[in-house]
Design a protein around this ligand. Structure first.
Ligand SMILES: C[S@@+](CC[C@H](N)C(=O)[O-])C[C@H]1O[C@@H](n2cnc3c(N)ncnc32)[C@H](O)[C@@H]1O
Length: 292
């Protein structure tokens, strides 16, 4: 992709965000930007999160980095900058999937919700996150970008009760935080791992699907550390009558402090009664019989 057509790069430059090339540069720049005392607090909080993967300690990390916009954009920008860039480009290339009223669940600092608002000036975007400090940062980002078509509310997705349904519900990098229990390789019990993942993700899939208007659609962009978790997520949404649209599903390659990985971006459409699934996509999933 040329620099001219790299929408993500231009957007990040407008927010003065530039990702670190590796962890050494990340720590040096965070320390420079925040000063020694705040940097030490940061390493303590992030170290605690890293030591217990998938734990509820994430909320302490989010509260720390969302103390203000500068802290958030420094930490998230240096760590997640290239992820934002790649996701922004995907969102732009798939903008036909977005309707007029859009809900972004787990929007954190609102950097991506604000891009959607900028890209679709005729749409109204609602961003929600359970971290109230993140919502304060997100509102500031929207003001800084001069956006009037995006608003942010503190809410846990399962408890959010808006007055109307949304044409499009999107959620980016939140599924891993909505497992009841996460398994690194094998499930704890002797059941099928996909069944277990799908069972655990059903409440979150149901709550996302529950916010979509009858003719609306759903988009998720996720990193799945295990294929079984991805299959479990797809199955949980399938049970809520959402099937992946083959044109809207793609792997996005991202660089995160020098490490390359992929995210699974997928647009889902609601199946009508009696409508079969897109079996080609389902059967492509390694080792998953998916008896649907
Ligand atoms: C890894 S961050 C991703 C933020 C943003 N979507 C992005 O991709 O830049 C996950 C965010 O989702 C929020 N979150 C996770 N589960 C949630 C839920 N059930 N309800 C509301 N917010 C949630 C967390 O508080 C956190 O801010």
């Amino acid at each position: 992709m040329s620099r001219e057509s790299d929408m993500g790069l231009a957007y990040l430059e407008s927010l003065h965000i530039c990702p670190a090339r590796d962890t050494k540069e990340f720590h040096a720049k965070v320390s420079d930007a925040l000063g020694k005392a705040v940097y030490e607090q940061f390493t303590k909080v992030s170290g605690e999160v890293a030591s217990v993967p998938g734990s509820g300690k994430n909320s302490a990390y989010y509260a720390f980095k969302n103390q203000n916009e500068y802290l958030n954009h420094t930490i998230s920008g240096l760590w997640d900058g290239d992820i934002y860039r790649a996701i922004v480009n995907w969102l732009f290339e798939h903008r036909e999937y977005f309707g007029r009223d859009i809900l972004d669940i787990g929007c954190d600092n609102g950097i991506l919700s604000c891009f959607i608002a900028k890209m679709l000036p005729k749409s109204q975007i609602t961003g929600i996150d359970k971290c109230w400090k993140a919502m304060k940062v997100a509102r500031k980002t929207a003001v800084c970008l001069g956006l009037a078509n995006v608003k942010f509310f503190t809410a846990e997705a399962g408890r959010y009760d808006p007055s109307a349904l949304f044409d499009t519900v999107i959620s980016i990098r939140t599924v891993h935080e909505n497992f009841a229990v996460r398994h690194s390789v094998f499930p704890a019990s002797h059941c099928n791992a996909v069944d277990e993942a799908s069972g655990q993700l059903t409440p979150y899939a149901r709550c996302m699907a529950g916010h979509v208007a009858p003719a609306g659609n759903l988009i998720t962009i996720e990193r799945f550390d295990l294929e079984t978790n991805k299959s479990g997520w797809l199955r949980a949404l399938y049970e809520e009558r959402f099937s992946p649209d083959s044109k809207g599903c793609e792997k996005i390659t991202v660089q995160e402090v020098g490490v390359y990985s992929t995210l699974d971006a997928c647009a889902f459409v609601r199946r009508g009664a009696g409508q079969p699934s897109q079996s080609r996509l389902w059967s492509g999933m390694r080792g998953d019989p998916l008896r649907v």
